[in-house]
Write a protein that binds this ligand. Structure first.
Ligand SMILES: [Zn+2]
Ligand SMILES: [Zn+2]
Length: 253
């Protein structure tokens, strides 16, 4: 499968062997001609069959775009026209994902008809969820190891930080609670910055979850320690850790 958006602009025209200003009828005729030309089932040798199948796939892909005036317009870099039926009214399309739903809307990147539920409003217009996801994959550029790095850094920082906070704040009595409340989210921002720097400021869908898991793993043994030791340390640390996580987690998205 090739992705039409990444091919050089004229490839589909080359595949169908039609000029770029060809009329729709000409494109349809040429498509029918090529279908008759490449018939793998009529060929004897496996090499010939494979070649014909490959050609046929390319022809089908090219015609799926050029045979549809709206998709062709988007492929050519022109705005997609509204399809007009024989009665002069805009012809309604059916959603590419929901064949039972009529729509007038098209994704402005790939040209597929989309219903309101499948449409995502972006700064550059309505797009289908597939195209938006493709765009997000460029935005989410984290490497596989970044998740592990986020987990490890969250773990180490909280493993070192939790006892310091626990001992320090519980040693200053009830006032420690207030400091935990005040300083918690600031410490969360700091943790988020440390993790983001450790992963080269890349973004990943699962990165915040791994960072959260690491942080919890680092806090857990100390939470248990302070719980068993009794006293204020446990509660102070719990408040502090809760605020750190609530603050750091959204900043890593
Ligand atoms: Zn699309
Ligand atoms: Zn839909």
């Amino acid at each position: 499968m090739t992705d039409s958006s990444r091919q050089p602009a004229k490839e589909h025209y080359r595949t169908l062997d039609v000029p770029e200003d060809a009329a729709q009828e000409e494109i349809a005729q040429q498509y029918q001609r090529l279908l008759k030309l490449y018939q793998p089932e009529l060929l004897e040798s496996p090499e010939d069959r494979a070649y014909a199948e490959q050609k046929l796939t390319a022809v089908e892909e090219a015609y799926a775009v050029l045979g549809d005036p709206a998709r062709r317009a988007i492929y050519d870099g022109r705005p997609a026209p509204l399809a007009v039926g024989s009665d002069g009214e805009p012809e309604s399309l059916t959603c590419a994902n929901h064949p039972d739903r009529e729509t007038l809307l098209r994704c402005n990147k790939c040209g597929n008809p989309i219903c309101m539920e499948c449409a995502v409003r972006t700064p550059v217009g309505y797009r289908c969820t597939n195209c938006v996801r493709e765009q997000q994959n460029i935005y989410f550029n984290a490497l596989g190891r970044d998740n592990i790095v986020a987990l490890g850094v969250g773990f180490i920082v909280s493993l070192i930080g939790a006892p310091i906070i626990g001992f320090l704040l519980s040693s200053i009595g009830f006032f420690g609670f207030f400091i935990a409340f005040i300083a918690g989210s600031g410490a969360g921002t700091l943790l988020a910055r440390i993790i983001r720097r450790a992963v080269g400021n890349r973004r990943g869908r699962k990165l915040p979850h791994f960072a959260l898991a690491g942080t919890l793993l680092g806090v857990a043994p100390w939470a248990l320690f302070f719980l068993l030791a009794g006293g204020r340390g446990f509660l102070t640390m719990l408040i502090f850790a809760g605020l750190v996580i609530a603050s750091a987690f959204p900043q890593l998205r």
